[in-house]
Design a binder for this molecule. Structure first.
Ligand SMILES: [Zn+2]
Length: 255
């Protein structure tokens, strides 16, 4: 059975380069050219997306993803949600509303910002069915099932949601994992973790704090994501411990 996790985008909120062609210290190559954070999971026939970045259409086309069953949201910020409008063809294709999953606050914020996805407007039908996640939930399609754990993480002034899916942890936006939720990060095969930049930041892990959490939770492999323009892929890779790598757009692994 095909079981594949793909990092569709690993850039910070404006990607690299920015729309102005600003690229900070980065040399432009395939590893440093980054779209906004989101990820895709394929398990057999089941196709699940984590977040709808503003780059989602390009990310789907580039990774040849033509089917989608469900979407999991980490939080409501625009760099994780602004591509929501692009999901309409999957509503047409599936002939049913796309189930989306998120915390109470995320779902509330999505319903407010993207009302047209949930309530008929100007004669256009709603395309999504919202589900508030519990600690443990299941997404399934026929015999293919994903068991998912959801927990709160601190992301500056808001709470974002961290997910563990089949021993893969995904925490793209976070500056602290509350002590009581560290238990979810034990015995992971992969931890995909926010590492915005070298300097400290109020809403994101920086390199030191990301490495501290990795040291504490000891996943078999850690992948740093949400990378800003001060983090060059090759320079960063050289200074990381053996079990930690920087993400790049399109990085994928079987699980
Ligand atoms: Zn955010």
């Amino acid at each position: 059975m095909k079981k594949r996790f793909t990092i569709l985008g690993c850039g910070s909120s404006l990607g690299s380069p920015w729309i102005t062609n600003y690229k900070g210290d980065l040399e432009m190559n395939s590893k440093n050219q980054r779209t906004r954070c989101c990820a895709h999971i394929q398990k057999g026939n089941l196709s699940v997306l984590i977040d709808t970045s503003p780059d989602i259409k390009y990310q789907f086309l580039k990774n040849k993803i033509t089917k989608l069953d469900s979407i999991i949201y980490t939080h409501e910020h625009a760099d994780q949600t602004a591509g929501i409008f692009e999901m309409r063809p999957f509503y047409w294709k599936n002939k049913s509303k796309i189930p989306i999953y998120g915390s109470n606050r995320t779902i509330k914020a999505l319903k407010k910002s993207y009302k047209f996805c949930f309530i008929e407007k100007h004669g256009y039908k709603p395309i999504m069915q919202a589900n508030i996640v519990k600690k443990n939930f299941l997404i399934k399609k026929g015999k293919f099932k994903l068991y998912i754990k959801a927990f709160d993480v601190d992301h500056g002034l808001i709470k974002a949601t961290g997910y563990v899916i089949e021993k893969i942890g995904y925490i793209s936006d976070c500056n602290n994992v509350p002590l009581k939720n560290l238990k979810y990060l034990k015995n992971l095969n992969y931890l995909i973790l926010d590492c915005l930049k070298i300097d400290k930041h109020p809403s994101h892990f920086n390199l030191d704090s990301a490495l501290n959490l990795i040291d504490l939770t000891k996943p078999k492999k850690a992948i740093l994501t949400n990378l800003h323009t001060d983090l060059d892929y090759f320079k960063l890779k050289d200074k990381l411990p053996k079990n930690v790598i920087p993400a790049y757009d399109g990085l994928s692994f079987s699980f």
